[in-house]
Design a binder for this molecule. Structure first.
Ligand code: NAG
Ligand code: NAG
Ligand code: NAG
Ligand code: NAG
Length: 246
């Protein structure tokens, strides 16, 4: 009986072993593929996503001076103080329009009030600000307008200042063309991928603005930037390099 059992057992066990061996053979192949999957497929898909997310930065907004109308720019002199000091003033009246673009498909910008300073040959012509703070949705552009009237003291300390003043006076009274540089400052926050980033300061410069006389008076009494000559401004600092994601 015991002998018979001994013979019987292996014969029963044999197919068992074969199945077991097949399973042992089969499992690693399946496991191998799964591990291969984990090692190759998942990282090749996820690493770029992680890298893109870490590097995702909004493109910076762009700024243009689209219109500038000057309805007064001339000088006046007064005697001031107990010593009757002769003081020169530059009187200005102007309308300024800028346009601000958000080029991003997936970022919203939050602006603080944009302030501006207008200069001609280094002399301050006036300063002001555009309305109030605003929100700019993805891929939109915003037009801002401001008008100012100003009387600013003409300060001449150095010989170069006198040369510059001479150039400004020639522009105003002779050339029929005025030269301006406008600087803008603001702070911009950004919301991208559901994340809101703190505002960072922007210093923007719009150089090379030329306004031509629009009347035939001599000297002219009004000037404007020709419509086709909208001026692209440049951002002087690199604020969004600080905006890293992830
Ligand atoms: C300054 O210009 C305005 C118009 O642009 C004119 O009305 C005014 O008389 C001028 N003043 C002087 C002192 O030239
Ligand atoms: C300047 O802007 C004001 C409003 O902002 C407007 O009433 C005025 O007509 C404008 N002047 C010119 C010359 O465009
Ligand atoms: C971007 O703006 C469009 C409409 O102008 C909107 O349909 C889309 O959902 C916006 N995308 C994001 C990520 O907010
Ligand atoms: C006039 O311009 C000066 C210098 O740009 C500025 O400090 C001042 O605030 C301006 N005044 C007005 C009324 O705009």
């Amino acid at each position: 009986m015991a002998h018979e059992e001994k013979i019987h057992l292996p014969s029963k066990a044999k197919p068992h072993t074969t199945i077991a061996t097949r399973r042992i053979c089969c499992c690693p192949a399946w496991l191998f593929l799964t591990i291969l999957c984990l090692i190759i497929v998942i990282p090749t898909v996820t690493i770029p996503i992680v890298v893109v997310k870490l590097n995702a930065r909004p493109q910076r907004p762009s700024f243009h001076v689209t219109s500038l109308k000057i309805t007064q720019l001339n000088f006046t002199k007064t005697l001031e103080g107990p010593e009757h000091h002769l003081t020169n003033y530059l009187i200005s009246k102007l309308n300024l329009t800028i346009s601000v673009q958000n080029p991003n498909k997936d970022a919203v910008f939050f602006y603080d009030t944009i302030t501006f300073d207008v200069f001609s040959w280094g002399f301050s012509v006036g300063s002001g600000y555009f309305g109030s703070s605003f929100v700019q949705e993805n891929e939109t552009s915003t037009t801002l307008q401001a008008s100012i009237s100003n009387t600013s003291e003409v300060v001449t300390k150095y010989s170069e200042d006198y040369e510059a003043l001479d150039l400004l006076k020639q522009d105003v009274y002779k050339n029929g063309e005025l030269h301006f540089k406008i600087s803008l400052t603001t702070s911009v926050g950004v919301k991208m991928g559901g994340k809101l980033k703190n505002k960072v300061g922007f210093d923007i410069c719009c150089p090379g603005i030329k306004a031509v006389a629009v009347d035939h008076a001599s000297p002219p009494t009004s000037w404007e930037l020709p419509q086709q000559n909208a001026v692209k401004c440049c951002i002087l600092n690199a604020p969004f390099s600080r905006f890293k994601w992830g």
